[in-house]
Design a protein around this ligand. Sequence first.
Ligand code: DX5
Ligand code: ZN
Length: 225
Amino acid sequence: MIIAPSLLAADYGNFARDSIKAQRAGGEWLHLDIMDGHFVPNISFGPATVKALRSLTRLFFDVHLMCSKPEVLLESFSKAGADQMTVHVELGTRVEPLLWKIRSLGKKVGLAVNPPTNIASVQPYLDKIDLLLVMTVNPGFGGQPFIEETLPKIQQAAVWRRERRLNYRIQVDGGITFNTAAECARVGADTFVSGTGLFGQPRMKTAVAKMRKIVEEVRTASSGA
Ligand code: DX5
Ligand code: ZN
């Protein structure tokens, strides 16, 4: 399993300090939310910020592109130090060339699906990705409540992975707390993005360890069942 603290919930005046904090707390990945003010009604930060953080930490940089035109951004984020780039299935016919482009840049390939979008839409791409991101809130803002109706989608993603003998990671993002991480783990999630749920805790290291323990217990129980 992987825990990926989301920088969106960090102190915007202290991204450097908080990236280091995420590493020291024991997260494996740093989740970097890129919002363009068009695909989602908010703007976050761009490649220059990612580049500035790259030399400060060894964390795997998990770049989530909530952008209408990722084609114009992939090279910049690749150069800035992204290890993985995730684009949204809602971009329709542009998805396949985008996945190919990410792969050709030598990066891990992620595909995200929003809560209202049918999970069947990701089916054609499952053998082309390293990670499937099942959004558990409507993207755009941190601190929103988890949408329970996304749980069957996670479960379906896990069924397809087993049936087709694929090994993409199943990531959840949005409203992930100790409780909702457990719910997602129970239906097959293995990669947990959490912003407010981790940065909002008084001791982030304790919070990461607690989330890991909760998820590991659920996973052990489900594999023995
Ligand atoms: C939502 C972003 C998330 C966000 C999650 O649009 O994609 O990654 O940072 O924040 P929390 O964990 O606070 O819901
Ligand atoms: Zn995200």
